[in-house]
Design a binder for this molecule. Structure first.
Ligand code: SAM
Length: 272
């Protein structure tokens, strides 16, 4: 074990940890036992950087530029896809995540592209304890927010995001279209976020409080994530009650969308 591993026991975990009944694992802290190093090492295969960049195009860059935003905090940086893209596009980005393994991978991915990423490990519920300064924009993408299983944690995370933003800052947060999943079953064509070849990402169990996704890779390995299926209007209400003055919701990077069609919703919440 290296000194760094000893300081971060999560960096040595290779197997996901669930209880005897995995459907009962509905705690906000559980993500730490899900993003183990072996899954983190597979994440880029899952999201396919090139395919994902093509799917989302300039969407986030345009939103940020149109509002004159420069200093961006990516609070769910994962392996660094958005942090790297935005840095390459000229934004001043800080990449953070609650998972030490993810933060390390993001730094490494940036480094292989010739960038030195500013990184920090920070759980959203205590964001301002670990992140200094105020930002023009916070992004929380890739369905990350739905790792929060309790309403109290969602409100707390939003309050931390709000506090880390400048007075006219914006929060960009996305979520899977759980309304469609809860009401009509799962029908994603994996068009937007999870585009890797021969990889399946699908819910293996869904109820009002749990959407358990299974990710299967060509080498036969399988991983799961227990997420909370929050509805679009509920999320919009939480943002408004969290103090954001305007909330605009896009479906799959478009301003107009039909009821249950999009895979993902993207909320752009403005502080003032
Ligand atoms: N944004 C990346 C992407 O789209 O590829 C990663 C998405 S991944 C589904 C969710 C990320 O959220 C993970 O990296 C996880 O560690 C992070 N996360 C989950 N709950 C968190 C929390 N309470 N605080 C900070 N990060 C959290």
């Amino acid at each position: 074990m290296t000194k760094l591993d000893a300081a971060n026991p999560e960096l040595t975990m290779t197997e996901q940890v669930y209880g005897d009944d995995p459907l009962a694992d509905r705690q906000t802290d559980h993500y730490r036992k899900e993003y183990v190093t072996s899954f983190v090492d597979k994440w880029d295969e899952l999201i396919d950087w090139e395919g994902r960049a093509q799917s989302e195009g300039q969407f986030f860059i345009d939103i940020l530029r149109a509002r004159g935003k420069e200093r961006v905090l990516d609070v769910a940086c994962g392996t660094g896809f958005h942090s790297v893209r935005l840095t390459e596009a000229g934004f001043d980005v800080t990449a953070s995540d609650g998972s030490a393994a993810m933060v390390a991978k993001a730094f490494e991915n940036a480094q292989t592209r010739g960038l030195i990423l500013k990184t920090a490990q920070a759980d959203w519920r205590w964001l301002n304890r670990d992140i200094a300064g105020k930002y023009d924009a916070i992004i929380c993408l890739g369905n990350s927010f739905t790792h929060l299983h309790k309403e109290q944690d969602r409100r707390r995370a939003l309050a931390e995001f709000y506090a880390a933003l400048k007075h006219d800052g914006i929060l960009i947060l996305d979520q899977r279209n759980y309304d469609a999943i809860l009401d009509h079953g799962y029908s994603s064509k994996h068009k937007f976020y999870y585009c890797g070849d021969n990889i399946t990402a699908e819910p293996e169990y869904v109820d009002d409080g749990l959407a358990r996704f299974k990710y299967s890779f060509p080498d036969g390995s399988e991983y799961t994530l227990n997420m909370c299926p929050i509805r679009k209007d509920y999320m919009r209400r939480l943002l408004q009650e969290g103090g954001f003055e305007r909330v605009r919701t896009y479906g799959d990077f478009q301003e107009t969308y039909g009821g249950d069609e999009p895979d993902f919703f993207i909320h752009v919440a403005e502080k003032s």
